[in-house]
Ligand binder design. Sequence first.
Ligand code: GTP
Ligand code: MG
Ligand code: ZN
Length: 294
Amino acid sequence: MTDNQSVGLVLKNYSGFYYVQTRDGRIYECKTRGKLKQQVVSGDWVTFTRLDNGRGILENIHPRANLLYRPKIANVTMVLIVMAVDKPAPSLSLLDRLLLLAGIQKIIPCILLNKCDLKPDEKAIWLQEYYPQAGYKVLRISAKHRKNLEAIRQLLQGQIAVLAGPSGVGKSSLINSLTDNQLLKTQEVSSKIGRGKHTTRHVELFSIDDKGWIADTPGFSVLDLPDMKSTQLSDYYPDFTELGQECKFRNCLHHREKECGVKAAVDSGKIPEFRYHNYLRLLEEIMEKEKCYR
Ligand SMILES: Nc1nc2c(ncn2[C@@H]2O[C@H](COP(=O)(O)OP(=O)(O)OP(=O)(O)O)[C@@H](O)[C@H]2O)c(=O)[nH]1
Ligand SMILES: [Mg+2]
Ligand SMILES: [Zn+2]
């Protein structure tokens, strides 16, 4: 790297320009040369040559830690899984699927329980009781009433984060509240029915206190499981790990086997039924795929 070059993070690609933020918080409007075009995505760390007036030219893309597709975003380190305490009530099966996808991608998951100004649905109570003790971070927030947003800002430090979660839980509201940017569309849950989805055409990363970044778009739009072995599934369950030591079989799937530590924990109520049930559904999905490829 020469004196007139800097390293920065690509925030967005907008009408031919790449907006690149350096560690000191400055944003440069960059162009690319030839072959780099088509390759640069939001979340890329790049080296660029500084020109005058805050402009620059991208020179190279640093190796990526990961790359999420649809929409493309690189180097994601954290996913904020948003569920509402009600309206809509949490989907614990989607939650478990998203936690698994995060685990597979080696992305730190954090569960945000939004709309905590409302009376919680029974599922929300399960969520806030069980998941913290299972080893997951859970924050109760209100995007609309700006409750506990400071905790999220803290969490985002040093991270490139994406959002995930069902429609209507308040993902766009949260980005708006975090960025004080009212440009994103939020919609009434009821008015959504029968209407086309608001789709974001380009991914934009917003800087939070110049120390962390959050994307204005859901990270996992595709919820399909990648190819994996059924025996690997429980590796992504921190709450099963210790109990699995009690299983008679080393490669226990906690499914039909006898003398299974996980099943014993379900029987004794240590692992809630819903969590085990969601596990079985994912397991069967993986086993079904394994059969197809055999
Ligand atoms: N009561 C309450 N309502 C909220 C809160 N946060 C968001 N909402 C409302 O929930 C509705 C949906 O919010 P959005 O931010 O559009 O939800 P979304 O997750 O972006 O939904 P999609 O874009 O469809 O995926 C809006 O009417 C918001 O005003 C909150 O903390 N409390
Ligand atoms: Mg939205
Ligand atoms: Zn077992």
